[in-house]
Design a protein around this ligand. Structure first.
Ligand SMILES: [Zn+2]
Ligand SMILES: [Zn+2]
Length: 308
């Protein structure tokens, strides 16, 4: 065999190897592209007519199926004697768990249904720890146990303003400090899997003309200290943080809870997050999800798609 022939064979072999390598590597890249798949459509912060939601559980479930969701979790507002309007009647808890567990039987595997509760800081354990409840969102909605309505930070601006004036000497940052003290304590209090709307206290920051003087400067030293204390405490607990778009869908806020500073902390401390629409209607089940995914990417957050 002449030298030229040998060189030709070698070149052919090299060319074949190169072609094989090209095919394999492009396959790998294509596979990686598809594997970096869009997270499944899930939401576990959902309210129904069992509490203050506008639609029945059945309607929410059907809407979730229509939107091709992989799973839906229901999170009824836990019972509070003082708040019959927006919390579940304690005698209805069995009915709630019963209806949802029937749904699990009827609809899985078409859609996964999880039975949860949004446990308010002030709710009694025996009203929440019902057999069949699979996960808990722990939330602070008001600051004074004896007066949940007029110490609410989640109802009307006038209630929050009353809370500040009546219980915190008109000092809004004193109110903030109390709020974050309770939030920092939420895992110990409720044993929640998820921390609900971590900085809900900023809900009224965008009121026109700063009505009721409820604007809170999140860069105020006292605010930052209170926030950081809560974060440090919760970072030691086995919890996931919500990125909650409920304030956006109802027109109060322009960004999800919590703030980007908090998201940065969660990213740096490897605390997982979960999308939460806090839906009260069928059309908001996935509200703001794209925005949440962008924040997840921006802060390198660990997104979980299921709370358990
Ligand atoms: Zn809530
Ligand atoms: Zn909620």
């Amino acid at each position: 065999m002449g030298t030229i022939k040998i060189i030709m064979y070698i070149l052919i072999i090299v060319a074949i190897l190169y072609a094989v390598w090209l095919v394999v590597s492009s396959y790998k890249r294509t596979k990686a592209f598809f594997e970096k798949k869009i997270p499944p459509l899930t939401n576990f912060h959902t309210h129904t007519t069992y509490c203050d939601g506008e639609c029945s559980a059945q309607e929410m479930l059907e809407a979730a199926i229509a939107q091709n969701m992989e799973a839906i979790g229901f999170s009824v507002h836990s019972h509070l004697d003082s708040e019959p309007d927006w919390t579940i009647d304690k005698n209805e808890m069995q009915l709630y768990v019963g209806e949802l567990s029937n749904m699990q039987g009827d609809y899985e595997p078409k859609i996964r249904v999880l039975i949860g509760i949004e446990q308010d800081y002030w709710s009694r354990e025996e009203d929440c720890d019902i057999e069949g409840i699979e996960y808990k969102i722990g939330s602070v909605h008001s600051l004074i146990e004896e007066d949940t309505t007029w110490s609410s930070v989640d109802y009307k601006p006038e209630n929050t303003a009353t809370c500040r004036d009546k219980y915190f000497d008109g000092d809004i940052y004193k109110m903030v400090e109390r709020y974050f003290e309770l939030v920092g304590d939420i895992y110990e209090r409720t044993h929640c899997n998820i921390v609900g709307h971590f900085d809900l206290i900023t809900k009224f920051n965008n009121l026109p003309n700063n009505e009721y003087n409820l604007f809170i400067d999140v860069n105020d030293e006292r605010y930052i200290n209170a926030e950081q204390k809560a974060l440090e405490k919760l970072s030691k607990a086995p919890v996931i943080f919500e990125i909650n778009t409920g304030g956006m869908s109802r027109g109060y806020t322009t960004a999800p809870y919590p703030s980007e500073r908090v998201l940065q902390y969660l990213g740096e401390h490897k605390i997982p997050v979960i999308f939460a629409s806090d839906a009260h209607t069928t059309d908001t089940l996935l509200y703001g999800r794209d925005e949440v995914l962008k924040l997840v990417e921006k802060y390198n957050l660990e997104l979980v798609n299921y709370p358990i």
